[in-house]
Design a protein around this ligand. Structure first.
Ligand code: SF4
Ligand code: SF4
Length: 186
């Protein structure tokens, strides 16, 4: 494994941990009472099909055919979940956000792993690359830039949850994350 790939795996893992911590804090209350679980074993399988995600989580099989990585206590994958696991917020969860600004900030937050790994090899996302050998030939410079932007967005989002307002430059950063932040200033 080359040094650039190693660095990317570490940076991605750190980003995912941070996103997960913030998403969990925002969703725990509503998801904790939910009986319509949105996890699916076929989504869990995507985490095993992707050599990149396997390098992040280090697992080689599902916990069960029926439930994938889902346990009573939640997802057994600490990191290395498919990006869609962070991007999906059901209507109820979105409706539970205090206002449009919180809703949009949450959508940007959930999109950060997907954004950070986009166009890793041509148009393919990091997790869509199925040949392990191809991971040594990624667009590392592009991925580094995206990682920087994702971390800038993360800092803005942390500031928002801690202080209640978004830093001035957040609009510029959020606009790069390809989620409309039009109502972020509502
Ligand atoms: S995102 Fe929605 S459907 Fe999924 S666990 Fe949370 S409340 Fe339930
Ligand atoms: S969060 Fe975990 S258990 Fe749920 S679909 Fe994703 S990988 Fe599977």
């Amino acid at each position: 494994m080359n040094a650039q790939l190693k660095k990317l795996i570490i940076q991605y893992s750190e980003l995912e941990r941070a996103v997960q911590e913030l998403v969990s804090a925002q969703c725990r209350e509503v998801c904790g009472l939910c009986t319509a679980c949105c996890c699916r074993a076929d989504l869990c399988e995507e985490a095993l099909e992707s050599p990149f995600l396997c390098a992040v989580h280090g697992r080689d099989e599902l916990d069960s055919d029926r439930y994938g990585f889902l346990r009573e206590t939640g997802c057994a994958l600490e990191i290395g979940r498919p990006p869609v696991c962070y991007e999906f917020f059901c209507d109820e969860l979105q409706a539970a956000q205090p206002d449009a600004l919180h809703r949009n900030v949450l959508l940007v937050l959930g999109r950060l792993p997907a954004y950070a790994g986009a166009n890793a090899l041509g148009n393919a996302h990091l997790v869509e690359i199925m040949q392990k050998e191809q991971l040594d030939h990624l667009a590392f410079q592009r991925l580094e830039k995206q990682m920087q932007t994702a971390n800038e967005a993360l800092d803005c989002i942390r500031a928002f949850y801690n202080e209640g307002t978004l830093p001035e430059h957040s609009r510029r950063v959020f606009d790069r994350i390809a989620v409309s932040s039009d109502s972020a200033e509502d």
